[in-house]
Design a protein around this ligand. Structure first.
Ligand SMILES: Nc1ncnc2c1ncn2[C@@H]1O[C@H](COP(=O)(O)OP(=O)(O)O)[C@@H](O)[C@H]1O
Ligand SMILES: [Mg+2]
Length: 256
């Protein structure tokens, strides 16, 4: 029998993405293993967000093929089925500020509900137990009935994590999930996210701005520049020279 841990959850073959004339992603081929914690790093404009949106099926590539759990992504026609596979956490949390915390967390269930039940949930929280349990896990149960916009950035990011726990996808994608937070909060939140990913056996792929945090919390670091992979290494094998080269401004020479 094949070992579940060793199987590829994503296989990307020669993915390209152009916007107008501009090639943003150039024949990218990467595999992601089930349960892996992967940080994507690289200078701004490298194509990191575009790659994450391709993995989330929000953006379709112009060329190449993506297998999700050995099947072409196009086979997952239904967005509800896709939401069981893949969830995404954005940099700005995208919660509805005017709603109570509990209702934002319950939005993670929308993919399992029909519209009527989704709207009803704004008044009578459904599946409340699951949501309360998620809030407890992220240390936010005391904020259940608070208006979300009154929370700090770090608290809102915890609510966004509770929402993902309720959605409960196999793969969690996150685009700079801690860039908006101060360093101590950023460390706390990444520790929480990676602990959850490990205990719940999820695959976690995150764009991470801080090299220190990428090294501390992830198994593998993929560095991107100009839509290509510059290196793809176990986190503890990434050298300072490789990092200096990654962030070097073109036109500068080593000996200046
Ligand atoms: N919808 C779009 N239309 C045109 N150009 C885009 C679009 N999205 C991203 N780009 C361009 O693609 C490049 C990579 O963007 P992005 O994936 O956001 O990079 P990163 O997240 O690494 O900073 C940038 O030059 C950006 O301007
Ligand atoms: Mg980005």
């Amino acid at each position: 029998m094949m070992n579940e841990e060793q199987t590829n959850i994503y296989e990307l073959h020669n993915i390209t993405k152009t916007f107008g004339e501009k090639k943003i992603i150039s024949s990218l081929s990467i595999n992601f293993k089930r349960n892996e914690l992967v940080a994507i790093i690289g200078p701004s404009g490298a194509g990191k967000t575009t790659l994450l949106n391709i993995l989330a099926n929000v953006i379709q590539p112009n060329g190449g093929q993506i297998l999700l759990d050995q099947k072409p992504v196009q086979n997952y026609k239904n967005s509800k089925i896709y939401a069981k596979k893949v969830g995404i956490i954005h940099q700005q949390f995208d919660l509805v500020g005017k709603l109570a915390v509990i209702n934002n967390v319950l939005a993670g269930r929308f993919n399992e509900w029909n519209l009527g039940k989704s709207l009803l949930s704004l008044i009578i929280p459904q599946d409340k137990k699951i949501a309360l349990n998620a809030l407890e896990r992220v240390g936010m149960k005391a904020f259940t009935n608070e208006k979300t916009e009154n929370l700090s950035g770090g608290e809102q990011q915890r609510v966004a994590i509770a929402r993902i726990l309720v959605q409960n996808p196999e793969i969690v994608l996150a685009d700079e999930p801690v860039s908006a937070l101060d360093p101590a909060r950023a460390d706390d939140i990444l520790e929480l996210l990676t602990t959850i990913a490990k205990t719940e056996k999820k695959t976690f792929v995150a764009v991470i701005h801080s090299i220190g945090l990428a090294r501390k919390y992830f198994d593998r670091i993929i560095a991107m520049k100009d839509g290509m992979v510059v290196f793809d290494l176990p986190a503890n094998k990434v050298t300072d020279d490789e990092l200096a080269n990654l962030y070097k401004i073109e036109g500068q020479t080593e000996n200046e």
